[in-house]
Structures are given as C-alpha cells and as structure tokens.
Design a protein around this ligand. Structure first.
Ligand SMILES: Nc1ncnc2c1ncn2[C@@H]1O[C@H](COP(=O)(O)OP(=O)(O)O)[C@@H](O)[C@H]1O
Ligand SMILES: [Mg+2]
Length: 343
C-alpha cells in the first residue's frame, strides 16, 4: 500500500547538512495501522511528509499502491494526494470557517456541488460526533473536537490512506484515548490504512499493528508490537524503547541502584511477557525450578491492540548459576529479561 525504498533526505543548513532520513525501507500493508516512534528530531515528520511528497526525498522510491510517485507529473501526483489524508499535531484548521466549511474545504477545492458536499459532510459530522457543532468556529472547540474536525476533513475525499503527524501530542490523556478510539473505528469501518508518527509509546501501544523505531534518521527496529517489547533485536533499540516508555523504578530503588554488581547486591530484573505466557505460573516456576528468591516490587499489565503486555520488576536472590538458569527459563517461556542494575 505504502512502500519506502532506500529513501534518503538531507536538509542543507548554514551549519552544514542534516541527514534527516538515511536509507529508510518500510512497507505498510492495506488496512494496517503502522506506527513510527522516535525522539524529537529523529526524522519522523520528514518520513511521514515523504509519503505524500510534502517533503521530496533526495534518493529512493516512494510507492503508493505500487506506483513510484516521485516520477509522476504534477497532475497525476495531485490525484494520488486525494487518496491520502493527513492530520497534524496543531490541527491546521481555518479559523475563519466554521466546522462544516472546514470539513467541506477539500471538496470545494475539487469542485463538488453544494448538494454533493452536503451528502458527504453530514455523515462525517455524524461519524466524528460533531453534528451539534457544525456551525461552531475552531476557537469555540476543545482540542479533541478540533482534531475530530481535522479527521473529518481528512476523510472528506474518501482517501485510502491517512497520515497522522503527532495527532494526539497536543491533547490530554483522556482526549488522546477518544481520538485513538475514533482512528481505530475508521480504520476498521473503511479499511483505511493509517501511518502514524509519535513520540508517545502509549499511542503506538494502543492502536498499532506494527511499529518502526526511528533514531537519527535510521530505522533501528521494525516489528509487530509484541516483538517490539519482548524481542528487540539490538541493544540500542532496547535502550531507546525503554527511554520512550518512561517506565521508572520506585524512588528508593533508583537511589540505591548501581550499574555494576557489588558485594552483597542482588540484580533488579524487568521481565516482559506477552500473550499467553501467564505471569504467576512463570514466577512460581522460577522460584521452584531455579531456586531463586524473588521479590516483586511492581507489576502491571498493559493492553496492546491485539495482545497484552505484562511488565514486572523484581529483585532476585540466587547464585550466578541459578540466576542464569532463571534467565534461560524465562526466555524459553517467551519472556524478555532486562537487568536494570543492582541493589
Ligand atoms: N526544513 C528544515 N530545514 C533544516 N533542518 C530541518 C528541517 N526540517 C527538519 N530538520 C531537521 O531534520 C531532523 C529531523 O527533523 P524532523 O523530521 O522534524 O524530526 P521529528 O519529527 O522526529 O522531530 C532534525 O534534526 C531537524 O532539526
Ligand atoms: Mg515532528
């Protein structure tokens, strides 16, 4: 549906060239919600803007439904763009137009008749829960409502693809959940392909089927959500996922924690489980089979789109051989173990 092949992009600035995208390869399947996560400056906006050529790559191919759009004429490109909606962090609504006219705008530009426009806009108002607000101006709306208008506008020309650039980053937690719910709905209802970029792990966790981790213009990791948390392929990716997840240890432990083993210390493990690997039997087995003394000090279960992710922080007492046995056992059960330090 969307494919980037060996995409490179540099920005030329007075201070020198900035490599914003370096050899990006990815494929987003039809009907999929695909996330790209990374810190600020990683190249996320440049990547998503390459998909509709708001930003033109220096090298590589951008394929939409199998067609390299870099080689299209201006007119043909225009047509492809009608098939790609986009929403932004700051909504980008026209402040002088009310809700209805904001949503109608792409259709006005396409020269639809007033009647046709009405036929398309009314159901979009319904879909996004804005029927009561159709004559309100953006300044009279909450952030969540503004983003709903932007979503309705993006859907007005019936695109097959929706690009979301930090679409929930300006919203509070509750509103974020409701916008993500709406995106999931329209993904299912219209089999819409969604590419979203974000710096918030909660967002990809809630809605994405697959995710790519971007760092300094490069893809460090590209996998399903479950794999992303339990089996990142490189140390660098592991560290970055950790940072982006903001999963902190309790204050007391953090204060006393050392990076290296010291006399009389025990390791702190963070154990990730997904899917069916139920947690309590595994921990019981760990205690019994590996003769480890385990102290659980925090645990929680998070919901992924298609899966659950359990995260448990424990301290573990045992001799090195038992500890290794424990790690091996956890891995054999599909879990991942990270040593966070020693206390
Ligand atoms: N128009 C531009 N001119 C120069 N540098 C830019 C421009 N846009 C982005 N950059 C730089 O390119 C890098 C990637 O930026 P961006 O794609 O906006 O990252 P992100 O969206 O992940 O924060 C950053 O170092 C940023 O400063
Ligand atoms: Mg950005």
């Amino acid at each position: 549906m969307i494919e980037l092949r060996h995409v490179f992009k540099k920005y030329h600035t007075r201070a020198g060239d900035i490599p914003a995208l370096v050899d990006i390869n990815l494929q987003v399947k039809r009907g999929e919600i695909f996330g790209v996560i990374g810190k600020s400056g990683a190249g996320k906006s440049t990547l998503i803007r390459s998909v509709n050529l708001l930003e033109r790559p220096d090298q590589g191919e951008v394929l939409i439904e199998g067609k390299n759009i870099l080689t299209l004429s201006a007119k043909a490109l225009c047509q492809v763009r009608h098939n790609i909606g986009m929403i932004f962090q700051h909504f980008n609504l026209l402040s002088s137009c009310h809700v209805y006219d904001n949503i109608a705008l792409p259709l006005v530009l396409l020269n639809y008749s007033r009647k046709e426009i009405q036929k398309k806009v009314e159901p979009l108002l319904e879909l996004t829960g804005l029927t009561q607000k159709k004559l309100a101006y953006p300044r009279q709306l909450s952030g969540g409502q503004k983003q709903r208008v932007a979503i309705a506008r993006a859907l007005a020309s019936h695109p097959a693809i929706l690009l979301c650039d930090e679409a929930t980053s300006a919203l509070d937690l509750h509103t974020t959940q409701s916008i993500l719910g709406l995106l999931k709905d329209i993904n299912q209802q219209f089999n819409l392909t969604i590419l979203m970029i974000t710096h918030e792990m909660e967002v990809v966790k809630a809605v994405c089927d697959r995710v790519a981790l971007l760092s300094q213009g490069r893809i460090l990791e590209l996998s399903t959500m479950a794999e992303f948390f339990t089996r990142p392929k490189t140390e660098k990716a592991k560290k970055l996922i950790e940072t982006l997840s903001h999963r902190a240890l309790p204050e007391k432990l953090l204060k006393n924690k050392k990076e290296q083993f010291f006399e009389g210390s025990v390791p702190i493990w963070r154990i990730y489980f997904t899917g069916n690997s139920a947690q309590s039997p595994i921990i019981t087995a760990l205690i019994q089979r590996c003769a480890l003394e385990i102290n659980i000090f925090q645990a929680n279960v998070e919901t992924l789109k298609e899966d659950t992710l359990g995260i448990m922080d424990v301290t573990v007492k045992g001799d090195p051989k038992q500890l290794q046995l424990g790690v091996d056992y956890l891995i054999s059960q599909g879990a991942r173990v990270e040593v966070l330090g020693y206390v």
